[in-house]
Ligand binder design. Structure first.
Ligand code: C5P
Length: 290
């Protein structure tokens, strides 16, 4: 039997950092929103071990791959001696702040748990996810969510009324940003490093209302401090989309993807048509309904 699963991505509508912790990670509050743009994963049982293949030759398929690590973690936690064969078809840009790799890891945990008849309970899947990365737990569920701690404590929220019918424009500039680099360089920006808690709850309340433009002012990402200093073009993208009528424009996660939110498809398509001759070059772009 082969099981096929879509593996989604995310944006952070808000990423407020509350200081550096003694373990080297950063305490944060973040509002994740799922994005319906997918990689695909297929799973089947095989002889011992994990055999991974991938559509993108740039991605290693050995034990350094997060899907490989997720599969090994699953088999060990579930006490399964059999092996698995996994194929990953990549569409989501990498080192993009879209959580593609984290989503792949979570989808692997969910897919293998389904393939082997649910040996792990939800709490065990969450424990496994937290060992794989800070964003992996979010992808074990499919709703917008508030995450705290280093990002692994996830509270599922209902769909936001203010975002109903809206569209994401996603722009990947053609270069990636390393997450450790972004966090290390945050040290030079004291206000961004030591944010005041409560911004996430404020944004959530606004998104539970009906006016996305009002909520747009509360979108925030502390990791823009180092990223926009090094890559000023990302600030120009945001300015451009706001001029084109976006309700919000922000970098997602540690970058390098910019997202803009439009309430109207025609306006979003027109904005992207104007973006391409101005900045297009090496960019990957997508319009994805919320
Ligand atoms: O957990 P994850 O593998 O996504 O983290 C990648 C890197 O990002 C960590 O090694 C750390 O440098 C940084 N990070 C952090 N604080 C967080 C999440 C990530 O410092 N809350």
């Amino acid at each position: 039997m082969t099981l096929e699963k879509d593996s989604p991505c995310k944006v952070n509508l808000l990423l407020n950092i509350l200081g550096r912790r003694s373990d080297g990670f950063h305490e944060l509050e973040t509002v994740f929103h799922p994005v319906k743009y997918y990689d695909q994963l297929t799973f089947s049982r095989a002889a011992g071990g994990v055999q991974l293949s991938c559509s993108d030759p740039a991605l290693p398929v050995d034990a350094s791959n997060l899907v490989h690590r997720a599969a090994t973690t699953f088999l060990s936690a579930a006490g399964i001696k059999d092996g698995v064969r996994i194929h990953l078809t990549k569409h989501i840009p990498m080192a993009a702040g879209l959580g593609g790799g984290s989503g792949n890891a979570a989808t692997t945990l969910l897919g293998l748990n389904e393939l082997f008849g649910s040996p792990l309970k939800v709490e065990q899947l969450h424990a496994a996810a937290a060992t794989l990365g800070s964003d992996v737990n979010f992808f074990l569920q499919s709703k917008p969510a508030l995450a705290t701690g280093r990002g692994e404590k996830v509270e599922s929220l209902g769909d936001f009324p203010a975002m109903q019918g809206a569209l994401f424009i996603l722009i990947h500039p053609g270069f990636g940003i390393s997450t450790p680099w972004a966090y290390q360089n945050l040290a030079r920006f004291s206000a961004a490093l030591n944010g005041t808690p409560g911004r996430a709850q404020k944004l959530i309340s606004l998104l539970q209302g009906t006016d996305l433009t009002v909520a747009g002012d509360a979108f925030y990402n502390a990791l823009e401090a180092p990223a926009l200093e090094k890559y000023p073009v990302l600030a120009l993208y945001q300015e451009f989309f706001r001029e084109q009528g976006a309700a919000a424009a922000l970098m997602s996660g540690s970058g390098s993807t910019t997202f803009a939110l439009f309430t109207n498809r025609t306006a979003a398509e027109r904005a992207l048509e104007r973006f391409e001759p101005k900045f297009g070059g090496n960019c990957w772009t997508a319009i994805v309904p919320v």
